[in-house]
Write a protein of this length. Structure first.
Length: 175
């Protein structure tokens, strides 16, 4: 028998919603921030979508290195959708069957399958209006930038004598 109820939400989503309770957390694996690379076999339409969507997802803090498979599925579904749409635009939605009867073009099935897959993957990343309201992630963490901002703020708070002393310590007595 399958699992019941909605799928569990990641702790980061719960924290952004304000519903996180540490005692209910069950050892979720730590986040692996970063931008995954597209697989070599991805088609041209799918690669274009990858290049378009990855910066947007990364800016919203919704992308980790472990999301490569889901992102590949989303982009592959987009590539299938684009290719099927072009084929149907060129050839029409009906074809002549082996017995001379009119029948639906086989690309219609591929188009519908791609739409369903795209819709499901889009929900995972919060790419539809309704799913966007359920996925709230902040900007991706920037530990290097955060450390630089703290250091800059600390230097700004120093007196000129303290700055000179810190500069001498850091650069070995050079002024």
């Amino acid at each position: 028998m399958g699992r019941r109820g909605p799928p569990p939400l990641p702790s980061a989503v719960k924290q952004n919603r304000g519903t996180f309770r540490p005692h209910r957390s069950k050892g979720e694996p730590p986040a692996m921030p970063g931008t995954p690379q597209p697989p070599d076999w991805l088609g041209e339409d799918a690669r274009r979508e990858w290049r378009r969507i990855v910066p947007l997802l990364a800016a919203r803090g919704l992308l980790e290195l472990t999301d490569r498979a889901a992102l590949t599925g989303y982009c592959s579904a987009w590539g299938d959708l684009a290719q099927a749409t072009r084929t149907l635009a060129e050839e029409g939605t009906t074809t002549i069957g082996p017995k001379g009867q009119l029948q639906s073009h086989p690309e219609l099935r591929r188009l519908e399958t791609a739409r369903q897959a795209l819709r499901q993957f889009a929900q995972e990343f919060g790419l539809s209006p309704s799913s966007r309201s359920r996925v709230h992630a902040g900007p991706a963490a920037d530990p290097v930038g955060d450390a630089r901002r703290k250091r800059f703020a600390a230097v700004q708070a120093m007196s000129p004598e303290q700055r000179t002393a810190a500069k001498n310590r850091f650069f070995g007595g050079a002024s």
